[in-house]
Design a protein around this ligand. Sequence first.
Ligand code: NAP
Length: 317
Amino acid sequence: MTGKKIITVFGATGAQGGAVADTFLNDPKLKDNWTVRAVTRDVTKDSAKKLESKGAEVVAADLNDKASVAKVLAGSYAVFAVTNYWEKLDRDLEVKQGKDIVDAAKETGVQHFIWSSLLNINKLSNGKFANVYHFDSKADVEEYAREVGIPSTFFLPGFYLSNVPDSFRPSPPNNAWTLSFPVTINATIPIFDTADTGKYVKAIVLNRDKLLGKRIYGATEYTSPAQLIEDFKKLFPEAGKTATYYQLPAETFKNYLKSVGMPDFAALELYENFQLFDEFGYYGGASLDETHALVEDKLTTWTDFIKKSTKFPADLK
Ligand code: NAP
């Protein structure tokens, strides 16, 4: 026994969980007090071995096998849990996985359940956007955790900055850098770097008592397509000269997704997901102030993100 608390991290080989594992392994305020138990279905893969070499205890569990989940939770003080809707595109499966983690956390006496949640958009939009399944499913799990009464905090990640570069490229007819989303140029987007996940989760565990039952909104700031372009122009005055925004028509956006293999329902889902930036709000209009007052570490801006991204040419001026 080391006397350290165990945080079990689901999705540890992925973006959010990987960042949580990194923070708890390296942060001076956390590393001496915590052991990271990193969960993957495949302990032999490179990302799992890397976690092990950095000091994590790497364990196998499958979210589709509740007994394996309960096994890895045994002895854990805290849990960071994220599910991946996009692997199977199955709302019911995601809810089942989440509820199984909640039940297993209750059975094993977990003291702090940290759930990567999102809002119920069907409810928020009064049924207007009824197809944003990957939000509603996570909200169902949040509701279930509240019902079951386990000590929980809900972390709501914003719009991944890693989504942006694929929609921001030199485009015909004149090769101008063009950002294309199916929303208005002044839409409100809460931007989030997945690499920051551990900074938020650090704030959550350091403020456990006051954050039980609360939501932490995971976003650096609210920005807009117009501002994303302005920041790009400042960083790259030459390439930025002609940088511009194109509001994708709904059908163009959905047809593109279908053309790359996305099922119709998921294309509609993503379209409705984007509409939150113009209507109702990704976070229902919630302020980020409380989150920012609690997070001690600097959060990544779009400009910081561009500087470290390999998606933009290294010689861009
Ligand atoms: P990711 O990088 O794609 O990694 C997925 C992780 O989930 C992997 O570590 C994988 O582990 C684990 N996993 C998947 N199925 C599992 C299973 N059956 N049992 C055990 N582990 C399993 O994922 P992420 O980006 O961190 O998180 C994905 C979630 O973020 C999605 O549900 C999405 O809705 C949500 N989200 C996305 C955005 C966005 O803007 N893109 C915004 C907010 C929220 P192994 O493969 O190693 O087993």
